[in-house]
Ligand binder design. Structure first.
Ligand code: ATP
Ligand code: MG
Length: 262
């Protein structure tokens, strides 16, 4: 479904070096792939490239990003918008900045339907209420009419997931989706994402610096370091028997933190 070959991204801002250096990634339909690595290692740039958010006027991108047989890097802006609206959903860390503060929640969730599909207003509303129920938003009828600031952080993240999920995309890209949430809400969102993957078959590309979250959600993991993927494979295997020095350090850091906490 997704095949990334030799992807390289260089920003034209005069700074030397590549943000992403010739990476290869592969995802089958229904896969859950975790992308981990230290700050600045290129995770977000990789995600943005797949979502078509890196523009040619400020970055040079080479390689191939084949999604369902088509190279995303060769898509026109119009083709990309269609893909974003239908097949690829993206969710970011802080839902407050991705939601329009002046638009009611229900209307935001239905936005992609209005732009890309020919449903009647009533059909759209019913689909929104259905997806709101699916992601566990309380009282869909009431929540539909609320503004983002009237929801809790966890509810806003559920609303974002609903908005990304309403077109039943094949791939959801999640960039630190639970980092801004407290532990209990984080666990609920993780359960929700797992359920969407298991019951609806949506593939997840899940970026997080939290290895425990990755372990719970992702069957496979890729470790990035300085723009490269230094190790990838089965999550259990990579974490129990890391090959690369950097992966070992990453795991050691989590273990040390846990020891301090107890
Ligand atoms: N728009 C941009 N213009 C110039 N350089 C950029 C841009 N976006 C990212 N970079 C650079 O690309 C590199 C990779 O950044 P990226 O955001 O992918 O890191 P990350 O792995 O997501 O880190 P974090 O865990 O902190 O989110 C960094 O060196 C960053 O400074
Ligand atoms: Mg990032």
């Amino acid at each position: 479904m997704l095949d990334i070959r030799n992807l390289t991204v260089t920003f034209n801002d005069g700074r030397p070096g590549m943000a992403v250096r010739g990476i290869d990634l592969h995802m089958e339909a229904g896969d859950t792939l975790g992308l981990v690595g230290e700050s600045g290692s290129g995770k977000t740039v990789t995600a943005h490239t797949i979502a078509g958010l890196i523009k040619r006027d400020y970055a040079t991108v080479s390689g191939e990003v084949i999604f369902d047989g088509r190279d995303i890097l060769k898509c026109t802006d119009d083709e990309m918008r269609l893909l974003q609206g239908k097949d690829i959903g993206m969710i970011f860390q802080e839902p407050m900045t991705s939601l329009d503060p002046l638009m009611k929640i229900g209307r935001q969730i239905e936005e992609t339907l209005r732009l890309h599909c020919r449903f009647t207003a009533e059909e759209r509303r019913n689909m929104v209420l259905e997806v709101m129920r699916l992601v566990g938003l309380p009282n869909p009828d009431l929540t539909y009419k609320k503004y983002p600031h009237q929801l809790s952080g966890g509810q806003r993240q559920r609303a974002m997931i609903a908005a990304a999920f309403i077109t039943h995309p094949k791939l959801l890209i999640l960039d630190e989706p639970t980092t801004a949430l407290d532990v209990t809400v984080q666990a609920q969102i993780i359960e929700l994402l797992k359920r969407l993957n298991e019951k609806c078959g949506v593939s997840l590309l899940f970026i997080s610096h939290d290895l425990r979250v990755i372990k719970r959600v992702c069957k496979k993991v890729a470790v990035m370091y300085n723009g490269e993927i230094v190790e990838q494979g089965d999550t259990e295997q990579v974490f129990s028997d890391p090959r690369h020095e950097y992966t070992k350090e990453l795991i050691a850091a989590v273990t040390a933190r846990r020891r301090v906490n107890v």
